[in-house]
Design a protein. Structure first.
Length: 512
């Protein structure tokens, strides 16, 4: 679609049964469409290497401030860093409060209904900000912006929102803001496409110690409950060299840890048309050969967890011994209905293979309870799987129907009370295992990347171990911040460890 078409609101086709909201606005109106978002064509991914801020937009933000609130996963956290990068390049300054902001953006998450409700609550709260300052621009972006029902609801009930842009439109933010200022009307630009790869976007990273590095975008797994393949487009990998350049640059700037990011990182490389095979294992090996002291990756799907990857993880010293491996359920029938494409036995076999090569690895997972028609016996299978693996921690959720996904159309005979009850029982087990895993650290020595002071006390420092355990520790002074230090554990708690600083481990690297 070209620019002219995009600007022509009359070309937008709406589903018949939907009300036409175009009366409420609009200069630019390009709403999302879940049916288009689901499509997966044969067209090759386009790589755009030449992003730059157009001359006519430079200085757009001069004398203006921006505030971004981020909801949801690490992908969103990193998108916020890109949005902040673009706004900063436009001349905006960051502010920590909505009170003195000229642009307020909510970077939203659509994964569960309660995530969406939080956002609607916040948009409601922002009404008074708009009343105090009618000039402020309020924007909604991220995964919720990709949903037709959300855009319609905002247009109908939240007149204080000025701009809505989708996950494929982040690089268009300069145009969108310019349009909003010029037209003084609502601007909605949400492309429901499979997606491109756009390189060289500016980023303002939070903190100078740990960095997120995108390795791929989108998801083609279409687990039956999940909205992500609709909101984030198809699986598309960045070129290995672009990723490695970014990692080398971060290492040279003193970053101590990177996390390779993707919705489903184990599919990395499948879509690349290279003359040779190159998968996540190959990428991890190449990343491990850079100077970055710590490397993590998230999120994994058990389906494509290759032997090559296990081998590389077992040997790379800077590859952290923690794998987050969402299982979702321990019952084969539920896994099948979820579209996860592995069985309980296959998952356990994979865990066995990983542990054979990495006996010390920490495994964590995601679990959904109360899937449509899940029986008590099926839920029990999830509990026994949890015990069998002995996960060190889990993120647990009650199933939340998402419009447009296959599961949302399923009849469901499980009561809300049963779902809550199952979540509680699972959480009790999770807490028990988490505490048990932490209790083993009493009087042990661990390596901690110190990120700063603890949330509660300025004289206590905080960071994570190789296996992602939170440690709060005392140290003589601020010199530990940004360094990997040895800490002796003096107390173990339910969700964290307490300790005392022993010595700095990577002094030379930081100064290099
Ligand atoms: N309802 C509940 N939990 C969900 N997740 C994804 N979609 C849903 C849903 N519709 C959970 C999965 C996933 C994690 C990021 O969120 O466990 O791994
Ligand atoms: Fe959602 Fe499944 Fe893709 Fe993960 S792998 S983002 S749960 S569809």
């Amino acid at each position: 679609m070209n620019e002219e078409q995009r600007l022509d609101a009359s070309k937008v086709t709406q589903k018949k049964e939907e009300k036409d909201y175009s009366q409420y606005f609009q200069h630019v109106y390009q709403p999302p469409n879940l049916r288009d978002a689901r499509r997966r064509g044969k067209a090759e991914v386009e790589y755009h290497m030449d992003f730059e801020i157009d001359e006519r937009f430079k200085g757009l933000g001069k004398g203006r401030k921006f505030f971004i609130r981020t909801y949801g996963c690490q992908m969103n956290v990193h998108d916020t860093e890109v949005i902040a990068g673009i706004l900063t390049a436009l001349g905006y300054e960051h502010t920590d409060t909505t009170d003195d902001a000229d642009v307020i953006l909510l970077n939203t998450c659509a994964i569960r209904e309660n995530a969406e409700n939080k956002v609607f609550g916040e948009i409601g709260n922002l009404k008074h900000v708009k009343q105090n300052n009618p000039e402020v621009l309020i924007g909604v972006c991220g995964c919720m912006a990709q949903e037709e029902s959300v855009v319609n609801k905002i247009l109908k009930s939240y007149q204080n929102v000025d701009i809505i842009f989708g996950t494929h439109n982040i690089h268009r933010l300069p145009n969108i803001l310019d349009e909003a200022y010029m037209s003084k009307e609502k601007v909605i630009e949400v492309w429901s496409k499979e997606g491109d790869v756009i390189e060289n976007l500016p980023k303002v990273r939070e903190g100078g110690t740990k960095a997120w590095v995108n390795i791929m975008y989108g998801c083609d797994k279409f687990c039956t409950y999940c909205i992500v393949p609709f909101t984030r487009g198809k699986e598309r990998s960045r070129m290995p060299e672009d990723i490695l350049d970014e990692v080398r640059d971060l290492a040279a700037r003193g970053y101590q840890e990177i996390t390779l990011l993707g919705q489903n990182v184990n599919s990395y490389g499948k879509d690349l048309n290279l003359d040779y095979n190159y998968d996540l294992g190959d990428l991890m090996r190449d990343v491990s050969e850079t100077d970055i002291p710590r490397v993590r990756f998230t999120t994994s799907h058990p389906w494509d967890f290759t032997d090559n990857l296990i081998e590389v993880l077992a040997t790379g010293e800077n590859l952290m011994p923690h794998i987050h491996l969402p299982v979702q359920s321990g019952n084969n029938d539920v896994l099948k209905i979820m579209g996860r494409k592995y069985t309980r036995e296959e998952y356990l076999e994979l865990v066995g293979k990983i542990r054979d090569r990495m006996p010390e690895v920490a495994l964590t997972t995601d679990i959904i309870v109360g899937y449509p028609n899940e029986t008590e016996e099926q839920f029990q299978d999830t509990l026994t799987l949890y015990q069998e693996v002995g996960f060190e921690h889990a993120y647990t959720y009650i199933y939340s129907p998402r419009d447009g996904t296959p599961a949302a159309k399923m009849e469901d005979n499980v009561s809300d009370q049963d779902k809550k009850d199952r979540l509680q029982r699972l959480n009790r087990l999770v807490t028990h295992y988490t505490r048990d895993a932490l209790s083993k650290y009493q009087d042990e020595y661990v390596n901690v990347l110190c990120e700063g002071t603890s949330k509660k006390r300025d004289d206590v420092y905080a960071g994570y171990t190789d296996k992602s355990k939170l440690v709060n520790f005392t140290a003589p002074d601020d010199g530990v911040i940004g360094k990997i230090v040895k800490v002796k554990i003096t107390e173990t708690k339910n969700y964290s460890l307490m300790g005392e600083f022993v010595e700095v481990l990577n002094e030379e690297k930081v100064e290099a």
